[in-house]
Write a protein that binds this ligand. Structure first.
Ligand code: 2NE
Length: 271
């Protein structure tokens, strides 16, 4: 069913046999799939590959095993100014993964079993959709462990579930079960653990039946509202992409290449 596309140490990067669905799995179950700089480096690499692969239409982000989706930053390698990797440099580079998930022009689905906690909770939050197993647990721990995510972890969370609930989650650091998460609008659906992957693949297959360009434009349109000028950049990039595909735009290019005056007179000014 799954074919490995590239070997990594901290994650797995696989695709279905037809190449249409990619699955990126954080593979550190011994620490509840906490991420260290190496994990983040690999996630960025895999998301770059998935972005560039025109066969892939949907991406599943998940964690290895039934106990955790992701437990956030690896506290055991947290140093003075961030999480310290093999090069000794402290980093908070998970924020780059959050940006990549939002910017990639294909739906990303978080498939959550067990804990999605701390930075792991923000990761599911920034995905387009979340399918939760009935054993899933959600929450932030920042104020308990001396951390916080004041970026998408606050503003985007509040957009999704409202200011009161977002403040409750951050200030109290409680853990919420799958049904509570569904009631808050934090996740799209809850299914029995043993059906989690089947159900997620079903959602992927439904999405794959639809127009890739429509999905691409919708994702950037839904992002634009929250993402300011960078959101408009992606939305407008899609407008340019569509314009490049038109005869009108091709006339401008051809005229330049052929060293003649462009003739736009045949293109209507549609009201
Ligand atoms: C995830 C949770 C609730 C699981 O609890 P439980 O009881 O199922 O497992 P346990 O025994 O706590 O954990 C199993 C092993 O995983 C390690 C534990 O230390 C333990 O290993 P041993 O000590 O027995 O060898 N482990 C779990 N989470 C880890 C982590 N994040 N880093 C390193 N090791 C971890 C429970 O384990 C839990 O609450 N974990 C901590 C969650 C947390 O506070 N995460 C960091 C939030 S801050 C963050 O992610 C962040 C940010 O705020 C801003 C920027 C970037 C990152």
């Amino acid at each position: 069913m799954w074919t490995t596309l590239k070997e990594y140490t901290d994650i797995r990067y696989e695709a279905t046999d037809d190449g249409a669905i990619a699955k990126i799995t954080i593979n550190r179950p011994e620490v509840r799939n906490a991420f260290r700089p190496q994990t983040v480096h690999e996630l960025l690499d895999a998301f770059h590959l998935v972005h560039e692969d025109p066969k892939i239409g949907v991406i599943i982000l998940t964690g290895e095993g039934p106990l955790a989706f992701c437990s956030g930053g690896d506290q055991k390698v947290r140093g003075h100014a961030g999480y310290i990797g093999g090069d000794g440099v402290p980093r908070l580079n998970i924020l780059d993964v959050q940006k990549k998930i939002r910017q990639i022009p294909k739906p990303v689905i978080a498939m959550v079993a067990g804990y999605a906690i701390g930075g792991g909770h923000v990761l599911h939050l920034v995905c387009d959709l979340t399918i939760a197993a009935d054993n899933a647990k959600f929450g932030q721990t920042g104020p308990k462990v001396g951390s916080f995510d004041g970026g998408l972890g606050c503003s985007y969370m509040a957009r999704i579930i409202g200011q009161k609930k977002a403040r409750e989650i951050w200030y109290l650091c409680r853990v919420y079960d799958a049904q509570q998460a569904l009631d808050m609008g934090l996740v799209n659906t809850v299914v029995p653990l043993e059906q989690l992957e089947t159900e997620t693949l079903q959602w992927c297959r439904e999405i794959l039946q639809h127009s890739p360009l429509a999905l691409r434009c919708l994702k950037s349109a839904l992002n634009a509202d929250c993402d300011g000028q960078m959101g408009l950049l992606d939305l407008a990039g899609n407008a340019t992409l569509l314009y490049y595909m038109s005869e009108e735009a091709k006339e401008g290019r051809d005229a330049f290449v052929e060293k003649r005056k462009p003739d736009f007179s045949k293109f209507p000014r549609i009201p």
